[in-house]
Ligand binder design. Structure first.
Ligand code: GLY
Length: 352
């Protein structure tokens, strides 16, 4: 069964709503999404080597001229240089303002291709075709695009909403166990953003429900001036672990694993601050270590002081340490968390 979720965006009096299609074998509906954009004559498919469903025929793009643009694998390619190269290739392919980009791949591809689409001719349409679990439940939804700087991840980018997102669940059969684990790390956060029993759902319903939760949050706060920050549940420690470990945990494909660790840490911190009880912490452990077979153990990639310093530098930190924490009113953004409490808890949890 195909599920369709609308991301309802109507701020500024302009309806920029779009649909996310979720199901097995839905890849050929990309052609219909492109046809719905208007008079698109040329489509630039941006992808990587080895990504499934990235041909014009598989995507149902027979009615338009298609060019293909392959970018490198890994975070090292998530750069301004890649964005510039793509834009130059779009010129060579003859793309005009009325044409479109179709991004087929994981979060790195949709982030970079989305940023190129946002920049080229000051913005042309983009359709995302996420082929990883992480891309389907998070990266491809909500219009965040970007690239890394040597100083940090995703420090440049734009909010650029796609014209549509097509999640073909058949792509998940081609993923490595590690890629699936990473997707499950991001998926785990949705268990705590609503009271939904995601554990009782099959994969297709679960992906569609995660998309619905994200769509609802994005529709309420597109530019992250408040509520959208809830989607960063688990990310404060995750980002610090990613930076501290450089490539050994985390960059790119392992991001979801770091988020899983961050979720359980956030629950333990919420308990330490008296916001939730031990049973609720256990619910986090059960989802992360049990349901999703991830690890919540914090690896010793840095000491507690260094991790606290890295968390204080997080670009979402507005006033000292900022965490997304569970509590009596549910998950919410908490500013000004006492760094000493965080450091002491980390010191207890880090392996000796
Ligand atoms: N990945 C978090 C967000 O899209 O806001």
């Amino acid at each position: 069964m195909t599920r369709r979720v609308t991301v309802a965006l109507a701020t500024g009096g302009v309806d920029r709503s779009y649909d996310v299609v979720v199901g097995h074998g839905v890849r050929s509906s990309v052609g219909e999404v492109v046809a719905g954009i208007g008079a698109v004559r040329r489509v630039a498919i941006v992808t990587q080597e080895g990504i499934p469903f990235s041909s014009a025929a598989a995507l149902g793009l027979d009615a338009v001229q298609v060019s293909r643009h392959v970018i490198g694998d890994g975070e090292d390619h998530k750069t301004f240089d890649t964005v510039a190269r793509l834009c130059r290739e779009f010129v060579a392919a003859g793309l005009t303002r009325g044409d479109a980009v179709v991004a087929v791949g994981g979060g790195m591809v949709t982030d970079v291709a989305g940023f190129a689409a946002a920049s080229y001719h000051r913005g042309i349409a983009v359709v995302h075709v996420p082929t990883t679990l992480l891309g389907m439940v998070d990266a491809a939804i909500g219009g965040k695009t970007g690239a890394n700087l040597p100083e940090g991840k995703n420090l440049v980018g734009a909010f650029w909403q796609p014209a549509g997102v097509v999640c073909d669940l058949d792509a998940l059969a081609t993923l490595s166990e590690r890629e699936l684990r990473c997707g499950r790390g991001e998926m785990a956060k949705y268990h705590f953003l609503t009271g939904d029993d995601l554990q009782s759902m099959d994969l297709a319903d679960r992906v569609a429900r995660c998309v619905e939760i994200k769509a609802e949050v994005v529709a309420s706060d597109e530019r992250e001036s408040g509520r959208r920050a809830l989607l960063n549940y688990g990310h404060t420690l995750a980002h610090a672990l990613e930076i501290a470990s450089d490539h050994s945990i985390a960059h790119g494909e392992a991001h979801g694993e770091a988020v899983a660790i961050g979720l359980v840490f956030a629950a333990r911190l919420a308990e330490r601050l008296g916001r939730i009880d031990a049973e609720r912490v256990q619910a986090h452990v059960q989802v992360v270590d049990g349901e999703y077979a991830l690890s919540s153990a914090i690896p010793h990639v840095a000491g507690a002081d260094e991790l606290v310093a890295l968390m204080a530098r997080d670009k979402k930190a507005v006033d000292g340490l900022t965490f997304v924490l569970d509590g009596p009113q549910g998950v919410e953004v908490v500013v000004g968390v006492d760094g000493t409490v965080v450091r002491d808890l980390l010191a207890e949890l880090l392996p000796a």
